[in-house]
Design a protein around this ligand. Structure first.
Ligand code: KG4
Ligand code: ZN
Length: 351
């Protein structure tokens, strides 16, 4: 599926609160990318008590975790550093102090091991989580919705795998909407899994809800998103409702319904405009069962000939397998960076 330039690739990801290392293998004949090791040291338990990620703490944890995580990946994959052909590393966007740990570690490894390095954009990485274990080539153009704690954007990918952002959030990201909504509802962090669990419980035990929440920018003539109005609206509803604690699951249901409807409508609209042959989901929020099911149905109904791809769940939230996979594909299209030129690049603009 891809021209082989590298067989074993080490991926490193440290843009937020996950320190991750992965080894992928590019199969010689099929060009398929398979994951030999996907090691993630998550800091969720540490940040939970603050209700969100504390950048300074995240950076310190990355420093402690990064070398053990890389060693574990090599051990799990049963290869030595000598066999690595290429290192892929996240250069941004993300928390600068977190990104620096990954990038500086790769700088040292690249120098010590004499390995080439490919810098990968984090969103690009999420997109390439759909390219892991591919059994048939992807048809283009493709529309990809990336929804995570830090990003919400719609990207168009052409047959040369060039990507262009066609829409993005003007304020909060979809994952952030989940996280902030959960905080208002007195639930923990991260909010996505908790809200989705309660929303499911409500759905399975009740008829429809009469709680009305707005769908900001649903019908605007562009592909941008906005979630802050929805969040504020939830806040006002909770302030007015003395019994909201008894209706917690119902609020989760209504809130999630609003987020998912916006995401699906915009994605389908983009797929129509660009005559997409493939629609993909990626990012932490794409772990959401309701979103996966409803987007699959919407693609099937609107574009029966198009293919819908969604990453396996372990590759939806931040991981390094997606970074290594992006490197496997992009090594044919992008120059490697000399170790003394590696640098954090926070801009969201994809190259
Ligand atoms: O991709 P990710 O790990 O980090 C960023 O790049 O930001 O995404 C994390 C986000 C969090 O906001 C979390 O609440 C959300 O993904 N998330 C979910 C689910 N699992 C994680 N949102 C909705 N439903 C889920 N099941
Ligand atoms: Zn991410």
């Amino acid at each position: 599926m891809i021209k082989i330039r590298a067989k074993y690739i080490l991926g490193i990801e440290s843009s937020c609160d996950e320190t991750a290392a992965s080894i992928v293998k590019v199969e010689k004949i099929s060009g398929q990318v398979s994951v030999l090791a996907n090691i993630i040291s998550s800091q969720i338990e540490i940040h939970k008590k603050y209700g969100g990620v504390v950048p300074e703490i995240a950076a310190r944890e990355h420093v402690l975790n990064i070398l053990p995580v890389i060693n574990e990946a090599l051990e799990k994959a049963k290869i030595t550093e000598k066999e690595i052909d290429l290192i892929g590393v996240t250069k941004g966007p993300g928390l600068i102090t977190s990104l620096i740990t990954g990038l500086e570690t790769v700088r040292a490894l690249s120098f010590a091991w004499n390995k080439p390095v490919l810098e990968i954009n984090h969103i690009e990485g999420h997109i390439y989580s759909n390219f892991i274990n591919l059994t048939e080539p992807i048809k283009f153009p493709a529309i990809i919705l990336t929804v995570s704690g830090g990003h919400t954007n719609l990207v168009l990918m052409d047959k040369n795998q060039k990507i262009k952002i066609i829409g993005e959030t003007l304020d909060d990201a979809a994952g952030e909407a989940y996280d902030k909504g959960a905080k208002m509802l007195g639930l923990g962090y991260p909010g996505g899994p908790i809200i989705s669990k309660l929303a499911n419980e409500f759905k399975n035990n009740h008829q429809l809800s009469d709680l009305e929440l707005p769908r900001p920018m649903l019908n605007t003539p562009n592909f941008n998103f906005s979630f802050s109005g929805l969040k504020t609206s939830l806040l006002y509803k909770l302030q007015k409702d003395k019994n909201w604690k008894k209706r917690q699951a119902e609020y989760c249901f209504a809130y999630q319904e609003a987020i998912i409807e916006i995401l699906i409508k915009k994605t389908i609209k983009a797929a129509k405009k660009y005559e997409a042959k493939t629609v993909m989901l990626s990012g932490g929020v794409s772990a959401n069962e309701e979103l996966r099911t409803k987007m699959a149905e919407a693609v099937k109904t609107n574009f029966p000939k198009a293919k819908f791809l969604v990453p396996e769940r372990e590759y939806t939230t931040d991981n390094a397998a997606m970074i290594a996979t992006a490197a496997a594909y992009l090594i044919n299209k992008r120059k490697t960076a000399p170790f003394n030129k590696l640098k954090v690049e926070p801009s969201l603009q994809l190259k």
